[in-house]
Design a protein around this ligand. Sequence first.
Ligand SMILES: *Cc1c(COP(=O)(O)O)cnc(C)c1O
Length: 390
Amino acid sequence: MKKDQSKVIREQATRSATREHSVPLYLTSSFIFDSAEQGRAIFADEEEGMVYSRYANPNTSEFINRVCKLENAEAGLSFASGMAAVFASFASFIKSGDHIVSSRAIFGSTHQLLTQLFPRWGVTYTYVDSPAIEEWEKAIQPTTRIVFLESPSNPGLELFDLAELGKLKEKYPHIIFAIDNCFATPYLQQPLQFGFDLSIHSATKYMDGQGRVLGGVVVGKQELIDEMLFFIRHTGPAMSPFNAWTISKSLETLGLRMDRHCSNALALAEALEKNTEIEDVKYPFLPSHPQYELAKRQMKAGGGIVTFEVKGGKERAFKFIDALEMILYTSNLGDSRTIATHPGSTTHSKLTEEERINLGIKPGSIRLSVGLEAQEDIIDDILQALEKTK
Ligand SMILES: *Cc1c(COP(=O)(O)O)cnc(C)c1O
């Protein structure tokens, strides 16, 4: 097999004596040893073998191996949720006195980790606003342990130049470069190829892709994953075998689904750009996006999220959401069904007005996670809601 797509689909937990075709669900907390000697050898790392599902399980291992194939990664770990994966990616490495550099536009709970939790443990941070690489280098201090970012960002869909950041990593080899790659998915963007050390995902989003179960995954350099394994073995943020089984199966269709999410999102973004009831449309693969060229260099397609601003501020935005007929309002994303959200009053409501404006979130901003329905049904629903609330 030559192609990643085939390798991902064909990667499977070792077949059992039952000769099943599709992988079974391994609901077992522990694994037996054939002998006392084998138990000793496995615990001493002299022999490979599963011990306990907090460490590894056939379903979670299959899921991790598939993500490694997708991102061309040496190794990986799975987690109960995306936030458990993000937290472990920091907590496995930081100690009191360390410093973190991060893009400012990050997932709400990650912002709370950096600004509320880590300072309690003596870990400080600097936010970078600009995509200019000089600004990132300026933010690095002698105590910087981790450089972290999201690209494209949520909900502003701002990009950072992964190749430039990879070059910065070469200059500061002792610093861990980590990215939350959830919005792009491994199908559209492979940050490890640019020199990043760790790629982090909320598997709850596009990897499951159907809004069913929570999960998280981190893939990257073997030596860093080994260090993280120590942390997770003893703190227990393990992914449940059921969730791993569910999401692993979903990965077989990730590429197909992403192609459709992206073509639907691009068509919608183009339609909205022509609409006079809309102030501003953001989508990385629209030529009007300020980083269109960069998007084309580092992403295979523009992703499934479109952010736009309706005329008439928050009042119109609320009316618009309530006027949608097919599309539902929920705070998830990356689902087969299109989802609308008003970031200003939900995911980003804890920020001040000024902080929101800094992130490009206006009172009339709507974030749309474009689903897999027929393109014209998605566009029609949005146009009728705009028309009704004129
Ligand atoms: C949803 C999300 C997370 C958190 O993932 P959970 O699975 O909900 O814990 C982290 N980062 C990004 C970019 C997300 O969209």
